[in-house]
Design a protein around this ligand. Structure first.
Ligand code: SF4
Length: 414
């Protein structure tokens, strides 16, 4: 039983860095986060139970028993043809059970962020790609280029833990940080002192031109970039001994050609390895995207957008794209699995909606059936993959509100 004022270490499930040094003080089944990064501490704290939390299953607006909820789901699925499971973030055991369940019921599985995955994966499949890890970046990189400004919102401790850490094993001097995009003065200020920061306000659509210009021996004209800035960028890159390029793909989604941007960064990094060391470090989404990709790839050979057909899983990135399937009304039932998502879940009025979600889940409209499930790392132990895929972290539990896990529910339904 969780006791009053118990100090515990939380391994954070709420973004792909999975920090393992978050201290929390538990008081029965609530907890207080002792982390000085306010964004993280508010984020983790928001999963505490509150007056609106739902800890019992519901059918529409009515509370029901778990066995009635399970029966209700059975009936909904039985009478319909096409069932889609959308993963909004769950640990490894949840993904495994999703696969097991899908294989019994011939379901489609997609992750809500797969559109970002496919922007990155195309580069890996079609051209050369060299990646590095968070640890290498922390300890060895002397120059880091950050493309796009959302990355620090998504992974608020990236700066403290990886980009400009207090302690770095190998580099004694301050890192050179190049910010390419529309970064606020607040972010730039927060970095000054810890690293040498150069902020280049720049249109992300022009990244290819910028990177090509750094390889040219003379100072080319790049739209939106002064010759002084280009000269400075070239100087910094030219001096680097270990260069890392980092981005989060959602930053590029509104550009004209995200794949071209990622491909040009990747080519630039591959090319830079002719002169010194360099690597890409994309930061994956906050909804256990890396965990889903890893587990699905081992178990089916495909990273996402799969359907169980004729005793095996088949993959088609267009045919099993959940957004397209729902837009074309090709789905009868959607099972949303959402254990770490703080955003409102979008219910689709044309289908039956089932949600296996954490107790504070909110929706655009009431789902047909809602079963509250535990949060990995808060309510039960589990495994998640870090963004660089080289570390699988063991999540602990810090409270005991006796909710079933996603695995418990899906295994009962299979
Ligand atoms: S940076 Fe991410 S993993 Fe680390 S504490 Fe913040 S939300 Fe959690």
């Amino acid at each position: 039983m969780t006791s009053r004022n118990d100090n515990k270490n939380l391994v954070c499930p709420f973004c792909s860095l999975h920090c393992d040094d978050i201290s929390v003080t538990t008081d029965n089944n609530s907890y207080k986060v002792n982390e000085k990064n306010n964004v993280c501490s508010k984020k983790i704290d928001s999963y505490n139970l509150n007056k609106k939390s739902v800890t019992l299953p519901k059918k529409g607006a009515k509370f029901i028993t778990l066995s009635d909820a399970l029966k209700g789901i059975h009936d909904l699925i039985k009478g319909h043809n096409e069932t889609l499971i959308i993963n909004h973030g769950v640990d490894l055991s949840g993904v495994r059970s999703m696969l097991n369940f899908a294989s019994q019921r011939n379901c489609i599985i997609d992750h809500v962020n797969s559109k970002f995955l496919y922007q990155n994966i195309g580069v890996v499949q079609r051209t050369g790609y060299m990646a590095t890890s968070l640890t290498e970046t922390k300890n060895r990189a002397d120059t880091i280029i950050i493309f796009g400004n959302k990355i620090l919102d998504k992974s608020p401790r990236l700066l403290d833990k990886v980009i400009a850490p207090k302690n770095s094993l190998c580099s004694k001097s301050k890192k050179e940080i190049l910010l390419i995009g529309d970064f606020t003065e607040k972010i730039v200020k927060s970095m000054k002192g810890r690293c040498n920061v150069t902020n280049i306000k720049f249109d992300l659509n022009m990244i290819n031109d910028l990177l090509n210009a750094t390889l040219s021996s003379d100072l080319k004209n790049v739209k939106g970039l002064s010759k002084n800035s280009l000269s400075k960028i070239k100087r910094i890159i030219g001096k680097s001994k270990y260069l890392v390029a980092t981005w989060t793909t959602s930053d590029f989604i509104k550009t004209k050609n995200p794949k071209k941007i990622i491909s040009s960064i990747s080519k630039f990094i591959v090319n830079h390895n002719k002169f010194s060391r360099a690597g890409c470090m994309p930061i994956s989404g906050v909804l256990a995207d890396a965990t889903s990709t890893q587990a699905l790839t081992w178990m089916t050979g495909f990273p996402s957008r799969i359907k169980h057909i004729e005793e095996t899983f088949k993959h088609d990135r267009n045919a099993f794209n959940s957004e397209i399937l729902l837009a074309n009304k090709n789905i009868d039932v959607v099972i949303h699995v959402s254990t770490i998502n703080a955003e409102k879940l979008k219910m689709n009025k044309n289908v039956k909606n089932i949600v296996l979600g954490h107790p504070n889940t909110s929706f655009t409209s009431m789902p047909d059936i809602f079963i509250p499930v535990g949060i990995p790392g808060i309510d039960y132990e589990g495994i998640m993959f870090r963004t660089d895929n080289v570390v699988s972290v063991a999540l602990k539990d810090i409270r005991n509100i006796k909710l079933p896990t996603t695995q418990n529910i899906l295994d009962k339904l299979a």
